[in-house]
Design a protein around this ligand. Structure first.
Ligand code: AQP
Length: 332
């Protein structure tokens, strides 16, 4: 048995993976791959709370897998799989949903936000999403879950459900802790720097996709929204510049103060161009690897099949205990 702490996380294939996903998730996953025993999945079951076009979803799922690998996730060191391939996820989610109170789900701020955006498709999946997320985590007995601000409430519910089950029956689930990455940052839209850069954003000019070409990246940074102050400095009154400084600093590992010094007395033009070049330098090798991987469907298949097999083994073990304790008659 490995002595390493267990970490679980995933990204929804609800669009093309963004620079936000890279900086906020993938980059940290790669940095952590030797330290933890990792389960990284492509959250296709979560993505259908919002209506998806089937052919697009299939493509985005494989694209995500190719990008996980292109970013440097090693399938020998991490268990990488597609969520819908491990049916223990929705199975545990059902059991847990019978222990989750409507009031708890009603309080979820992400549900409130998402339902405003999805008034025409206010479905039950959108409401019970946090229960499936709890199942994703508890099946693998995770010690840690990397969480941004928007997921803190969901992890709290996961912890409550784990304790509730353990208290009602007997010790079954590990109660997971939030993991705050050493170098974490929330990346904002280049067009609306007060909102998060998201893969389902309508304004694509504000979003950098990992697969964007250098020309696209240059163009988007040139058009990035700034302000009329005209000084490169890091503060909340200049959210556009603040965001660009964050991106520059995370990707070059240089402190913000040093970067600010470099641009003393210079206008925004040079700065925006340089941030674009820093991003191109970081993403170009990834895009090239992605292009090679995405054309090798056989290889991708071998990765997701063996990933699902490994994940399934662990997940089934937990689910078997849950079913037994719940009073379900075992089939074998
Ligand atoms: N802008 C961001 N900055 C930092 N981290 C981010 N993450 C996402 N956007 C940023 C991190 O990526 C992981 C997976 O995110 P997700 O797939 O659950 O959701 P999303 O990419 O944030 O999805 P969208 O764009 O909001 O799309 P929809 O509308 O489909 O839900 C998480 O670790 C997240 O923190």
């Amino acid at each position: 048995m490995s002595e390493k702490k267990i970490m679980v996380s995933g990204i929804k294939p609800s669009g093309k993976i963004t620079l936000g996903n890279y900086i906020g998730a993938l980059k940290n996953w790669v940095d952590n791959q030797d330290e933890f025993e990792n389960y990284y999945f492509i959250a296709d079951l979560h993505s259908v709370t919002v209506r998806q076009e089937p052919a697009k979803l299939r493509k985005q799922t494989l694209d995500s897998l190719a990008l996980y690998l292109a970013c440097g996730l090693d399938p020998e060191k991490n268990i990488i799989f597609i969520q819908s391939h491990v049916t223990a996820h929705p199975e545990l989610s059902w059991v847990l949903s019978n222990m989750t109170y409507m009031g708890e789900l009603n309080r979820m701020t992400q549900f409130k936000d998402k339902s405003k955006k999805n008034e025409e498709n206010l479905n039950a999946g959108l409401f019970t999403y946090p229960v499936l997320m709890a199942a994703d985590i508890l099946l693998y007995q995770a010690d840690y879950v990397p969480v941004g601000e928007d997921q803190k409430q969901h992890l709290e519910l996961t912890r409550d459900l784990a304790s509730r089950f353990n208290n009602r029956y007997s010790d079954t689930f590990k109660v997971p802790e939030p993991y705050i990455p050493k170098a974490g940052a929330r990346i904002m839209s280049l067009q609306e720097p007060t909102s998060k850069m998201g893969k389902s954003d309508d304004n694509e000019n504000g979003v950098i996709y990992i697969t964007d070409t250098p020309e696209e990246i240059r163009r988007k940074f040139k058009r990035a929204v700034t302000d009329s102050v005209g000084i490169v400095q890091y503060n909340d009154e200049q959210p556009g510049i603040k965001n660009l400084l964050t991106i520059y600093s995370v990707l070059t590992k240089r402190p913000i103060e040093d970067i600010v010094k470099d641009y003393e007395g210079k206008g925004y033009g040079d700065f925006k161009t340089d941030v674009g070049e820093v991003v191109i330098e970081a993403l170009n090798p990834i895009r090239e690897k992605y292009e090679a991987l995405i054309s090798d469907k056989k290889y991708l298949q071998s990765i997701y099949q063996s990933g699902a097999e490994k994940a399934e083994k662990i997940a089934r073990k937990t689910l078997r205990k849950v079913y037994k304790k719940s009073g379900f008659v075992p089939r074998f």
